[in-house]
Design a protein around this ligand. Structure first.
Ligand SMILES: [Cu+2]
Length: 428
């Protein structure tokens, strides 16, 4: 039930839950609102000070072998938390735990995310895989020798170096586009459908194609893991925020044993129930994302003026998509088709690999034009390998369904002569 705003204001804080229209399931009523909610941002929008803070925290955690520990833990639970409904909720807690450990080194640190979608055309060319941030492909012996993870070694892994192995000629296959994730956000009415649409596509291809340690069960050893999963968690959080009433505590599908999941299920090897991690801004989940303006029931934006200025905005291409043939819209963009344009269901942001947000976000940008030559030539995303599907306990039929849907979407966009704003002439 929604209370009229005036009565909610009159009753003050007590009404926060009713205002948001969320009825917490048994147990969740006792979760209290966080007094301090941090805002996770896209890595390229961090100020240099924020990036240095993050880097210093990660280096501290690395030298105390916390990173080894998280890699080890992930390997132990891997078969239970992938390929089923535990995927989103487990990883939400996992990256939140990591952020807490980082705060032991830098009390103000906030985990950023990497919007991997905007880099889909040419992931290895992303600045995120450059010297300034996480470094690129492994060199001799596949050891990473640039960026934040330069020369990392793991005692847990028998003193081996951190490895990455891109494909041929240092390049990485095409990833999943903002167009794809927008489509999944708009056409997944259940938790299980969203999970299948994201884990079997966007999630898997980034792990597999960066290769090396990212393509193992101890992938948290690579610092990219955390930003990739922060992005996955953001997609889940945005999907929840579209309809907080219905979706905050929506939990369906099955667990690793094939049993229907329930909100009271404990996350694997923890004493935390699934419902405890589902509502951002409550309990131990004291964060939100820059793309979700405010937490439940909070009418004022949580973003500072600077953050508001730096916030990614909808790309002009969104308007192009809205004008595409009705059949395409009905199949892939049902919300646009119903004239619903919530930014929460729109991943078509105005940041592109050619225009990462400036560190200080105080300049006005003229977005570079995508290559006209690539109109109607959107590439297919890469496929997951049989080995990866097996290692991660994924359902091959589900993977195939996600991949075929993504390809059919690309075919239809190309048939409509659509130009993706994230495609550039790579020779220039
Ligand atoms: Cu995982």
């Amino acid at each position: 039930m929604r209370l009229p705003l005036t009565s909610a204001l009159g009753l003050g804080l007590l009404c926060v839950q009713q205002v948001a229209g969320i009825t917490p399931p048994p147990g969740a009523e006792s979760l209290t609102a966080c007094s301090d909610v941090s805002v996770r941002k896209e890595i390229r929008t961090l100020s240099s000070e924020e990036w240095n803070t993050y880097k210093s925290a990660v280096e501290g955690a690395k030298s105390d072998r916390w990173i080894d520990w998280f890699g080890y833990l992930h390997e132990r639970v891997s078969s239970k938390i992938h390929g089923n409904s535990e995927f989103f909720v487990y990883h939400r807690k996992f990256i939140n735990d990591y952020e807490k450990i980082l705060r032991g080194y830098e009390p103000n640190v906030v985990l950023p995310y990497w919007n991997t979608m905007i880099d889909y055309q040419n992931p290895s060319g992303s600045p995120v895989l450059g010297d300034k941030y996480f470094g690129g492909n492994g060199a001799t012996g596949e050891c990473v020798s640039t960026g934040l993870a330069n020369s990392w070694n793991f005692t847990y892994l028998g003193n081996e170096c951190l490895q990455r192995k891109f494909g041929e000629a240092d390049s990485i296959v095409t990833w999943y586009s903002p167009e794809y994730v927008t489509s999944i956000l708009q056409s997944s009415p259940t938790y299980a459908e969203l999970r299948a649409g994201i884990e079997n596509s966007l999630h898997g291809i980034v792990h597999l194609s960066i290769g090396g340690d990212m393509n193992t069960m101890h992938s948290p050893a690579d610092p990219i893991f955390w930003l990739h999963h922060s992005n996955i968690d953001r997609v889940y959080a945005q999907w929840q925020a579209v309809d907080p009433d219905e979706r905050t505590y929506m939990y369906d599908g099955t667990d690793s044993t094939g049993k229907e999941v329930s909100l009271n299920d404990k996350l694997t090897y923890t004493s935390t129930a699934a419902y405890e991690v589902m509502r951002l801004g409550y309990g131990n989940m004291c964060y939100t994302y820059d793309t979700i303006k405010a937490a439940d029931g909070d009418s004022k934006s949580l973003l500072s003026t600077r953050q508001r200025k730096c916030k990614p905005r909808p790309s002009k291409a969104t308007q192009t998509i809205q004008k595409l043939p009705v059949k395409l819209l009905t199949n892939y963009y049902p919300s646009f088709n119903k004239k619903k344009f919530s930014p929460l269901e729109n991943e078509m942001s105005d940041i592109t690999p050619k225009q990462p947000m400036a560190a200080e976000c105080n300049k006005s940008f003229t977005p570079p034009k995508p290559s006209e030559k690539l109109r109607g030539k959107m590439p297919y995303p890469g496929r997951l390998s049989k080995d990866y599907i097996k290692m991660m306990n994924l359902n091959p039929k589900e993977v195939k369904a996600a991949e075929e849907r993504a390809r059919a979407m690309v075919d239809e966009l190309n048939a409509a002569n659509y130009l993706s704003p994230y495609l550039f002439d790579l020779d220039k």
